[in-house]
Ligand binder design. Structure first.
Ligand SMILES: [Zn+2]
Ligand SMILES: [Zn+2]
Length: 337
């Protein structure tokens, strides 16, 4: 099969690899769509724990074409999305539903081969059927949407809460879509430049703020005169996190939903202590795929505006470069197979 392979950090190529056979309990999915995620660039660059050589890709959809156990035969031919979590299902963490805390946890696209390929091997216990009305390309975005749903759940975000989202990348925009669906109020999306804010506006942000042009706290005071209940950082960038801690209302919630790339950062503890902030980590969001797929199938969440570029696997270098450079209007590129 054709696959995009990271041989070692910095070296990516399109190769022909043997068609993988699913072991018992696993399914082989004929990939139909695989989205490029900013995290994949971290894998390409060697900034995240991964097993090389590796086929990356954790945002995918497809059709099951083979299974490793006869009792899973009914999955063959089904349109699916699924969890990337490979776990033991037997330890205390797994049995309490906390798969990501399993000692044997391995994630597809990082420790195991992912979906930048014609086929991917995934565990049957994580599969979820994708209804006909959701396209494969949109289905691939159930993964980042699941991250957004998990983030809002961890935040304890509620109907009617005011929200500021720092960052208009795909996670920020997925959080916007999910927050609107759950009835959060006066959702403001903030980014350094206005490049991606048009898409945020189109996806229903109440207001957008480009910090290169406007002062965030001044604008926010006008938009949320009673304070911002929930502030979500979807950037992982130090000054953005520092700002988030300053602008949340007293007693409000700040959610860290961006990858900090191992960086040690300076924060003013008094911003948290004096203002009684709840600071929540939301870096591990799992088992939300089914909810994500249902919200799309019901027409409650529409992520089509996020898909700005479609391409074959052969154009992987162009796709990765676009994800890195983020040209005007670009949000997400999807490999269509
Ligand atoms: Zn991702
Ligand atoms: Zn386990």
């Amino acid at each position: 099969m054709k696959a995009v392979m990271i041989q070692q950090p910095g070296s990516v190529l399109l190769t022909e690899t043997p068609l993988p056979e699913p072991p018992p309990g696993f399914a082989r999915v004929r990939v139909k769509a695989a989205a490029i995620c900013a995290t994949d660039l971290e894998v390409v660059d060697g900034n995240i724990a991964a097993n090389y050589p590796l086929i990356p890709g954790h945002e995918w959809s497809g059709v099951v074409d083979s299974v490793g156990s006869s009792e899973d035969q009914h999955w063959v031919g089904k349109r699916v999305i699924g969890s990337n979590d490979v776990v033991c299902l037997r330890c205390d963490a797994c049995r309490s539903g906390n798969w990501r805390y399993c000692d044997q946890f391995e994630e597809i696209g990082f420790k195991r081969n992912g979906a930048y390929a014609e086929h991917v091997i995934v565990p049957v216990y994580g599969l979820c059927e994708l209804e006909q009305q959701v396209s494969f390309e949109e289905g691939a975005l159930c993964e980042p949407l699941g991250v957004a749903l998990g983030t809002l759940q961890k935040a304890g975000a509620a109907f009617g809460d005011t929200l500021l989202i720092m960052g208009a990348g795909s996670i920020g925009l997925c959080i916007l879509a999910a927050a609107r669906a759950m009835g959060m109020r006066r959702i403001v999306v903030c980014a350094s430049s206005s490049r991606r804010l048009q898409i945020a506006k189109r996806m229903g942000a109440y207001a957008v703020i480009a910090t290169s042009e406007q002062d965030l706290s001044t604008e926010l005071r006008k938009l949320h005169p009673e304070g911002t209940d929930v502030v979500i950082d979807a950037t992982g960038i130090e000054p953005c996190i520092q700002t988030c801690l300053k602008i949340a209302k007293k007693g409000g919630t700040v959610v860290l939903a961006g990858y900090g790339r191992g960086k040690i950062m300076q924060i003013r503890i008094d911003d948290i202590h004096i203002n009684n902030l709840r600071v929540i980590g939301a870096g591990n969001n799992w088992n939300m795929h089914k909810q994500a797929a249902t919200l799309m199938a019901d027409g409650i969440i529409d992520l089509k505006p996020l898909i700005t570029n479609r391409m074959p696997l052969e154009d992987f270098a162009i796709g990765l470069q676009m994800a890195r450079m983020r040209p005007q209007g670009f949000v997400k590129a999807v490999f269509m197979l």
